[in-house]
Design a protein around this ligand. Structure first.
Ligand code: GDP
Length: 459
């Protein structure tokens, strides 16, 4: 990359202060950045699709693909060559550390994408939550094969749960890749059937705006309609390719001028300090600045930083960063910590009020209902300690005060108490990024919510 978008190479010497907001605006004017997550049922073809796309975008060399092809053939799984692309970039990127959520970048004509990829166990929902919590947009991959779409879409499939989670975690724009169309002879009827079923669900149940949903038929395996369309039997399709589609997605407005917040997804001992990886949720940061780690209120100084594997002197809201911190012990920073502006640290609490939407629960939620609360990359056990009121989803008005229980699809105000330590948390009003929680029980998501009030303060 060249031009104004690339901040000057970092050195350990602290240079003059940078006007980050101005630099950020210049960068955005050149090309907007978006964080993308790829979701969908196991075997829908997520890895193959993204691997092939990265290859077609020139992010992966021909030589690498040939090598994957040979290796895949050796073990009798020739079709996995593209899927391995993501693992490869993962390895190169990780430099010996394993990140909970891998990061790969690529560019289209008008956008710069950071691909947040859930790790090995692609269907391990907590990891998906942590990846999706950082995403601006999502590609939902569905398998068009007869019977496969249906099993991914039914009660035990992950298509619906992933889509609901994505929406609850703040993803507003969803691209649905109707994949493996090669298997069904590029059938337009099959494509339309899937669009109709999914659209109904995504708009009615998951509350996506119809205008924010884009359906793209494709084959991640043959590469059809990823970057171009060549198959004659597919001539019925006149819409954009997958690349053209994502190149037009809107970048959200970032909270660049709010106090600095970075949620930590990984910590390790780096050269010359403590390395903390994560995403900037709000504000901006530059080398030489002092920050506060919450919980704990310990101070540290940013000695070095990288954005998307490139050394840089500054970073702003929306960036995935790797910081090297000095003046702090590694024991004081952990996954789930939030690095903050020292004059405006994030609240830390074990007790808060939230407005939740109850998912498809088998047993209604009552007072004392135990949950695992997922917040960003972090989770803590707790209970629903009070049912304040049920609420009309449309008008926001109270339907019933002090309800005895909450059934599926209810919207309600509740209070939540965590069993253990206090965690950094903000109201949704103060932070769209740090004010969302996900409640799970026994491996199932029972509700998603936004924090409305912090009820106790820790430190
Ligand atoms: P993931 O679990 O969603 O990441 O799925 P993978 O990318 O690992 O793909 C699962 C299987 O489906 C593999 O055997 C792929 O080769 C195959 N596959 C993926 N995409 C396509 C496609 O577009 N067409 C066909 N025919 N097979 C595909």
């Amino acid at each position: 990359p060249s031009g104004i978008s690339t901040p000057s190479k970092a050195s350990t010497k602290i240079g003059k202060r940078i006007d980050v907001v101005t630099e950020y605006q210049k960068r955005v004017a050149e090309k907007e950045s978006l964080n993308l997550v790829v979701i969908g049922h196991v075997d829908a073809g997520k890895s193959t699709l993204m691997g092939h796309l990265l290859y077609l975008q020139g992010e992966v060399t021909e030589k690498t693909i040939r090598k994957h092809e040979r290796d895949a053939q050796k073990i009798g799984k020739a079709s996995f060559a593209f899927a391995w692309v993501l693992d490869e970039t993962g390895e190169e990127r990780a430099r010996g550390i394993t990140m909970d959520v891998g990061v790969t970048k690529f560019e289209t004509e008008h956008r710069r994408f950071t691909l947040l990829d859930a790790p090995g166990h692609r269907d391990f929902i907590p990891n998906m939550i942590s990846g999706t919590a950082q995403a601006d947009v999502a590609i939902l991959v569905v398998d068009a094969t007869t019977g496969e779409f249906e099993s991914g879409f039914d009660a035990n499939g992950q298509t619906k749960e992933h889509a609901l989670l994505a929406r609850s975690l703040g993803v507003q724009q969803l691209v649905v890749a109707v994949n493996k169309l090669d298997v069904v002879g590029w059938s337009e009827a099959r494509f339309q059937e899937i669009v109709a079923k999914l659209e109904q669900f995504l708009v009615k149940d998951a509350s996506f705006k119809k205008s924010s949903l884009i359906f793209v038929p494709c084959s991640g395996f043959t590469g059809e309609n990823l970057v171009r369309s060549v198959v004659e039997t597919f001539a019925w399709y006149k819409g954009p390719t997958l690349i053209q589609t994502i190149d037009k997605l809107d970048a959200p407005t970032r909270a660049v001028e709010k106090p600095f917040r970075m949620s930590v997804t990984d910590v390790f001992k780096g050269t010359g300090g403590v390395s903390a990886a994560g995403r900037l949720e709000a504000g901006h940061i530059q080398i030489g600045e002092a920050i506060m780690v919450m919980p704990g209120s310990e101070m540290a100084v940013v000695k070095n930083m990288e954005v998307n594997d490139e050394p840089t002197r500054w970073a702003a809201a929306g960036d995935s960063v790797l910081l090297t911190l000095s003046g702090i012990d590694i024991l004081q920073v952990s996954t789930g910590s939030v690095l903050c502006a020292r004059d405006a640290p994030i609240p830390v609490t074990t007790h808060f009020a939230a407005q939740i939407v109850v998912f498809d629960v088998k047993i209604p939620i009552t007072v004392g209902f135990p949950i695992i609360m997922h917040h960003q990359s972090h989770n803590e056990p707790g209970v629903i300690s009070k049912l304040v009121a049920t609420i009309d989803k449309g008008t926001g008005e109270v339907v019933k005060k002090n309800p005895r229980h909450l059934g599926k699809n209810t919207t309600a105000m509740v209070e939540i108490r965590l069993n253990g330590r206090a965690i950094p948390l903000e109201t949704f009003k103060d932070s769209k990024e740090l004010g969302r929680v996900m409640l799970r029980k026994g491996g199932e998501t029972v509700a998603a919510g936004i924090v409305t009030k912090i009820l106790s303060f820790g430190s």
